[in-house]
Design a protein around this ligand. Structure first.
Ligand code: FAD
Ligand code: AMP
Length: 469
């Protein structure tokens, strides 16, 4: 095989692409990964999951030091924010983790080709190298893992100064006096929480009647109330129609859905968080005839193959939730398939987590979805106010809600709001993956004292009574 011939060429090194490349190489396939940037890891490691979680963690400690430490008997006189150091800590996490992917590439003998990839047709990828020049790679299999990019509203340009995307919100050099967040999805609420904790006034404008669209209705309502209690201003039923910027700040105009009047808010920084769009610029999809849907997502079949043989796509660039773990699992499944093994992703059981405080986590169906489908179900709920560990830690906000089939008791959905919900949801995911009933969870021994006992008690509440309530 010549240097330019590969079994697999992956375009994009986000969690979809780099994980697919590693698994392909582990499976003995000669693999290259084309990535525009010198650092690997894509949106997730560079400007997404990792830096946002670094700032969420540190801002949470900072806020806790002011509001919670005294109750624990810890005095915090002279507490100060060093934003530069906080940002440096975030950058360190990114550098270490992207460096970790580079190490894994070397270990698995994956060639990282730095440049922009485009597809010439089945079996051929051209790369405009970042350092100049180009290369043409022969590839038995091509995997498109080019991810997604920020999106804006019509007529509103993200200028990176007054109007920022999540990427800009991760690198602000001072705490804004007033930040308006457009969009009450996960990204808007996470980044809004960071700056709220660091001292900004934060106003969220959300078009729908509650934050976190797609999540369980009860969770959305009670979580919205919790954020308001923290001081986040949330205006629902507010459709943003324009933003004007000046040297001094910005004015955001929105229409209220209820009475269709236009109102405006002055602020220092606007965070545009109305979602992301699949990124396929310059890939050559049209020329090759690769089908995309009305949302610009690459259309794939069950095995992630596009309508062009030998060309596959995974991650944010195809349908499904734009989540790192979904992209990773698709990467593993596809790389196994390409090696003649059996790869599989159960798209019905993909957890989603919002890393605010408290966290919100969910897997499976919401009550609204089940009602619409006409499925009869039972609900069991257990509040953290009755969980001993949560009480000890003074983190009693939230609850666990389990929804099970009324006839079979099979768990159909689990929804949680709570300080440790992001970790706790794993149990529910595993239970659902194994087709567990609520009774199975209730009969499973859970360690005491842990937050996870709330899952067991919610499961008991589906068909009987919980003990501690
Ligand atoms: P990406 O990670 O987007 O990677 C695509 C890569 O392809 C990029 O590096 C890009 O430079 C490269 N590329 C594109 N075109 C080309 C080309 N032609 N040639 C070469 N390279 C190319 N998800 C979670 O699960 N949990 C979270 O906590 C979470 N937090 C997030 C926070 C923020 C602020 C954001 C923005 C996103 C967050 N996400 C989170 C979403 C997550 O980042 C994405 O779902 C995930 O990165 C998608 O992975 P991917 O591999 O499909 O694409
Ligand atoms: P997500 O897609 O989860 O990142 O969330 C984006 C959020 O932005 C959703 O809750 C949308 O309802 C919201 N949104 C979209 N357009 C507007 C708009 N014009 N004004 C206010 N909110 C919006």
């Amino acid at each position: 095989m010549s240097d330019e011939r590969f079994d697999v060429v992956v375009i994009g090194s986000g969690p979809g692409g780099y994980v697919a490349a590693i698994r392909a190489a582990q499976n003995g396939l000669k693999t290259a990964c084309v990535e525009v940037y010198k650092t690997l890891g894509g949106t997730c490691l560079n400007v997404g999951c990792i830096p946002s979680k670094a700032l969420l963690h540190t801002s949470e400690i900072y806020e806790a030091a002011q509001t919670e430490f005294p109750a624990f008997g810890i005095k915090t006189e002279g507490l100060q924010l060093d934003l530069q150091a906080m940002m440096a800590n975030k950058d360190k996490a990114v550098t270490e983790l992207t460096g970790g992917v580079a190490f894994l590439f070397k270990k698995n003998k994956i060639e990282h080709i730095v440049g922009k990839g485009s597809i010439n047709g089945p079996g051929s990828v051209s790369v405009a190298l970042a350092d100049g020049g180009s290369r043409t790679l022969e590839a038995k299999n091509i995997i498109i893992a080019t991810g997604s990019d920020v999106t804006s509203l019509p007529g509103i340009e993200i200028d990176g100064k007054r109007i920022v995307s999540s990427t800009g919100a991760l690198v602000l050099d001072k705490v804004p006096g007033h930040m308006v967040v457009i969009g009450g999805g996960a990204i808007g609420l996470e980044m809004g929480s960071v700056w709220l904790r660091l001292g900004s006034r934060v106003t969220v404008l959300e078009y729908l009647d509650a934050v976190l669209p797609g999540m369980d209705g009860e969770v959305r309502k009670s979580f919205g109330r919790m954020l308001k209690k923290q001081g986040m201003e949330i205006k629902t039923g507010a459709r943003v129609i324009g933003v004007k910027t000046t040297k001094a700040g910005a004015t955001v105009t929105y229409e209220t859905v209820q009475n269709e009047t236009a109102e405006s808010i002055k602020c220092d920084i606007v965070l545009m968080a109305v979602g992301r769009k699949p990124y396929t610029d310059g890939l050559g999809l049209e020329e090759v005839g690769i089908e995309v849907d009305e949302a610009g997502r690459i259309v794939v079949g069950d095995g992630f193959e596009t309508n062009v043989s030998g060309i596959y796509a995974i991650g944010d660039v195809i349908k499904g939730p734009m989540l790192a773990h979904k992209a990773e699992d698709e990467g593993i499944a596809l790389a196994d398939n390409l090696a003649g093994l059996t790869g599989y992703v159960n798209h019905d059981v993909i957890p989603s987590v919002v890393y605010t405080m408290p966290e919100v986590a969910a897997v499976g169906k919401t009550e609204e979805e089940l009602k619409e489908a006409g499925t009869a179900y039972n609900v069991g709920k257990f509040p953290f106010t009755a969980n001993s560990r949560a009480k000890t830690n003074r983190q009693t906000e939230g609850f666990v809600k389990i929804i099970a089939d009324a006839k079979t008791d099979k768990v159909l959905g689990v929804h949680m709001v709570g300080s440790d919900a992001g970790n706790m949801i794993a149990e529910a995911v595993l239970a659902m993956e194994f087709g567990a009933s609520a009774e199975d969870i209730a009969l499973t021994c859970h360690a005491h004292p842990t937050h996870t006992e709330a899952v067991k008690e919610a499961a008991m509440a589906v068909f009987a009574k919980p003990i501690h309530m």
